[in-house]
Design a protein around this ligand. Structure first.
Ligand code: PAF
Length: 308
């Protein structure tokens, strides 16, 4: 595996690969790699001639300095995993080259960033959009893979790439979970054993809400109350948000439908976990394949929603 740290070197490498008629697949990460990243890398492997993985713990997307400093890091372990996955290039740019003295440009995606994590983590999505735009310019990939666990991030990046006409395909990959349902995240490493034991409640709450939805409940406030009650039943879990939103605009929905996504963020001690469930996917997975008559008649807007 080639390790590149210089930005010009990365750009030159990509130019040569693409000049030879080969495709570049890219998986941007902040390291401390887990099976969620492996799923992205394997998808990239299937669809690209050359796979580039970046590791850069981006300081500008952390709203708290202590969170940046305590973000888990394991360069040796990451390198071994990437070698094992047959990744061609590990790109590790240096912070002082990425953010050179005098750097003054920031990418802000309006609207999509006003709620959910964007409302609770000031500056977070400016940091994400700016670094992803910069990384795309550095790596010059044909396709890029992102996990759906960070659902809002994925939508923000899709919007940014479309608005800035960046010639790259963005591919979202379904969340990879531990056996007990906990969404894989580098932050899980910071949970104490006691916190790790209660962490599955996020997925359980989302699952219970999805079940209620399939059972015909579409009133978003009733669904949210059900989820909140489950989360509140676990000592040590503090809800940051639990919302039913439109999966494209991310605006709160008063009535859930198959375009909706239920998104949750909760604190377990000083670790903040996020997760979500895409109702269209729940619907697809459901054996009946469509809403029952009872479900339709129970719609909270009486069936008036054009998205339903
Ligand atoms: O999802 C992440 O790991 C980061 O937000 C990303 C996309 C690598 C940007 O720093």
């Amino acid at each position: 595996m080639k390790v590149i740290t210089g930005i010009r070197k990365m750009q030159e490498f990509s130019r040569q690969v693409r000049g030879a008629g080969l495709s570049v697949g890219f998986v941007p990460t902040m390291g401390y790699l887990h099976d969620g990243h492996v799923a992205l890398i394997r998808r990239a492997r299937e669809q690209s001639d050359v796979v580039v993985v970046s590791i850069f713990v981006n300081p500008t997307q952390f709203d708290r300095k202590d969170d940046f400093e305590r973000y888990p890091r394991d360069e040796q372990g990451d390198r071994a995993l990437l070698e094992h996955e047959g990744v061609e290039v590990l790109f590790m740019p240096k912070a002082d080259e990425v953010y050179a003295p005098g750097a003054a440009t920031c990418v802000r995606v309006e609207g999509l960033t006003s709620g959910l994590c964007g409302a609770r983590r000031p500056g977070h999505f400016e940091g994400v959009a700016t670094i992803v735009a910069a990384l795309l310019n550095m790596v010059g990939p044909d396709r890029v893979w992102f996990g759906e666990k960070d659902f809002q991030q994925l939508q923000v990046i899709r919007r940014m790439v479309a608005d800035l006409h960046i010639p790259v395909e963005i591919i979202g990959v379904e969340t990879v979970r531990e056996r007990d349902g906990v969404a894989m995240s580098s932050r899980n490493a910071r949970l104490t054993p006691e916190q790790r034991e209660v962490a599955p409640v996020l997925r359980q709450a989302l699952g219970a809400m999805a079940d209620a939805y399939l059972g015909g409940e579409t009133d978003a406030s009733k669904l949210a109350s059900r989820g909140r009650a489950m989360l509140a039943s676990q000592a040590g879990v503090r809800i940051d948000y639990l919302e039913i939103v439109d999966g494209i605009t991310l605006q709160p929905a008063s009535c859930a439908d198959d375009r909706s996504v239920i998104a949750v963020a909760a604190w377990l001690g000083d670790v903040r976990l996020i997760d979500n469930i895409v109702l269209a996917r729940v619907r697809d997975a459901h054996a009946s394949g469509g809403p029952t008559a009872a479900a339709r008649s129970n719609r909270c807007d009486g069936g008036a929603n054009p998205h339903a």
